[in-house]
Design a protein around this ligand. Structure first.
Ligand SMILES: [Zn+2]
Length: 146
């Protein structure tokens, strides 16, 4: 089925979509693969600490994180609790309380990972925007002894 897929980018990428995916799933920078993305539990750095890749330019895109969190908490918290209530493992009262507390807790818990995954998703779609894939530009801050 994928046989006829056209290769849109004739230039060889230094960092492939597979690299971006593999690094992003682990919460690492898609550009360098280091853990330099997070400033705090709820905020990305302006730039990757390790390679200096600009994380601010696509910030509008990353604000989609909160809507991912709602969907994830419905799938991984609310629906399982509904099954437990229907199966009479939990009382309705316990289910409601667990659902409210659980979904807040779940979003807070996975928030840094969601931010990293938004960075990953952005660069999975646009891998040519990674500094490592812009070979004509020297890496920022590098001291080329030429
Ligand atoms: Zn980096």
């Amino acid at each position: 089925m994928l046989k006829g897929r056209a290769v849109e980018n004739p230039k060889q990428l230094n960092v492939t979509r597979a690299d971006v995916l593999f690094r992003g799933v682990r919460g690492c920078c898609p550009n360098c693969g280091q853990r330099g993305l997070m400033a705090s539990w709820f905020h990305l750095n302006q730039r990757c600490k390790a390679c200096g890749m600009d994380l601010a330019k696509s910030h509008g895109f990353y604000s989609g994180t909160t809507s991912i969190g709602y969907v994830a908490s419905i799938i991984f918290v609310i629906i399982p609790i509904c099954f437990l209530v229907v199966g009479e493992v939990l009382s309705v009262r316990a289910g409601v309380l667990l659902g409210i507390g659980g979904s807040f807790g779940f979003i807070v818990l996975i928030y840094p990972l969601m931010l990293c995954w938004m960075v990953m998703a952005y660069h999975f779609v646009l891998p040519e925007e990674l500094p490592a894939n812009q070979a004509d530009l020297p890496p920022e801050g590098s001291d080329r002894g030429a």
